[in-house]
Design a protein around this ligand. Sequence first.
Ligand code: NCD
Length: 337
Amino acid sequence: MTRSPDTTRATKAGRSPAPDGVRTPTTNVWHGADLLGTRGVPAERLRELLTLARARRESPAKSLAGRTVATVFFEDSTRTRSSFTIAAQRCGADVVDLSSKASSANKGESLADTARVIEAMGVAAIVVRTSRAGGAKMAADAVACPVINAGDGAHEHPTQALADALALDDAWNLAGSFDFGGKRIVIVGDLSHSRVARSNAASLTTLGAEVVFVGPPAMAPRSLGGALGVRVSHDLDAELAEADAVMALRIQLERGAGAMLASSRDYRSAYGVTQARADAMKPGALVMHPGPMNRGVEMDPAVADGPRSIVIRQVAAGVAVRVAALEAVIGSTAGNA
Ligand code: NCD
């Protein structure tokens, strides 16, 4: 058995402090470490971060006043980048967005070099998105300041998974226990390309839920379920009655999913979260989607906007967990004046 790597580190041992200096933190959650993934992260650490997200949602604090956060997105994104920007501003931090398809990383400068250059400008943390699995770790290994992974290829997207956990805790009225024991969550769609599915499989099972991957064999191969320790099914209808939540995923055409698809209509009829399928779910069961959504293919518009949907709550939870993630990795400066 191979041990799954711990995708966060408590310290960046042997490295010099970030150029803007390390001040005494008033929160110790995750201070000084990178947030690269959820796989291998113990439940206590996930719950600490989620608890901080709830606390700051109730009582916002300008905990990162005077610090600068860099967002560096080498891959398209609107909502995740905006969500990090809003979260950083909510903490009082300044944000510099260095996202660009025309950045030097595309001109041959490596991710590590780019991260070093940005760090040298004096930022407190770097938020990075890249199409390369493992890209966030490459950046993190190159710098002393903390790095948050905002999605690296089909590998991990930890803040989306944490947002989903917060939205579920809210919707299930768990009041911040983040104990998903006895809950079954079906994740349906293009699992093979999905970093959201990988990060969620890890965090949701760590928090006690049972996770089932559902999709056509090409998008939900049994080997993927085996690698992540989750059950795989190719029959959505057979899974609906026992699901406490169904999370639909986007078909990632930009990663080659088109070749796996007969037609959008066939996909919808086998794996779309249609109104008829929503009606077959148990009372109170939820539907989710991390977005962006192909409405009418992955989910019917009436379901996405209907009473089971927590799609909008997921977006709001995304800002709350990013506030917590930034504060946790950087360390709060509140009260240090
Ligand atoms: C996801 C992503 O970028 O991985 N979206 C998101 O973070 N809101 C999922 C996707 O792109 O389909």
